[in-house]
Design a protein around this ligand. Structure first.
Ligand code: SF4
Ligand code: SF4
Ligand SMILES: [Zn+2]
Length: 148
């Protein structure tokens, strides 16, 4: 995992379905998903998050924890959605990076999201390894975390 794939809001773009689809060109299986190279590489605000934050929009901060309003209402609501549906927390990520540094964060993320079967990175949006379990998504395009 790479630092440039950790977005200012605390999202780890390497877990994102739009990033993983692009990385492995998964639309070749007949999907029609938007591809995204990650928040920092694309130099625009994330399409999923729909941020309306001026500070982030202008690239004033590398991470939200540098902001006087951290964690703002917008970030809290994003965080709640991700904690409820996608097994991760942006705010927790940001606090960990702030307190322990990027290197430790990336190590922790690699361990947390490693596919036990093949070692690739599991996607947080569906809980699947798109390397070895793409069949699950082919059977049910809306599959998410075992139908939770
Ligand atoms: S859609 Fe958003 S979360 Fe996904 S890779 Fe792009 S910037 Fe990151
Ligand atoms: S904490 Fe909120 S207001 Fe501050 S930079 Fe992040 S999204 Fe913007
Ligand atoms: Zn796998």
């Amino acid at each position: 995992m790479e630092e440039k794939l950790i977005a200012p809001c605390g999202m780890n773009c390497s877990l994102c379905i739009s990033y993983q689809f692009m990385q492995n060109d998964l639309n070749k299986h007949g999907f029609h998903r938007q591809y995204c190279p990650g928040c920092i590489p694309r130099e625009k605000n994330c399409t999923h998050m729909g941020h309306k934050c001026v500070l982030l929009g202008k690239g004033k901060l590398r991470f939200c924890y540098e902001c006087a309003d951290f964690p703002c209402r917008m970030l809290k609501s994003l965080d709640k959605r991700y904690r409820t549906k996608y097994h991760m927390s942006m705010i927790e990520n940001l606090e960990f990076i702030r307190d322990n540094g990027m290197k430790k964060f990336l190590e922790k993320e690699e361990a947390k999201w490693r596919c036990p079967k093949c070692g690739a990175v599991i996607c947080c949006h569906n809980g699947l390894c798109l390397d070895c379990s793409i069949d699950m998504l082919l059977q049910d395009k809306k599959y998410r975390w075992g139908g939770e």
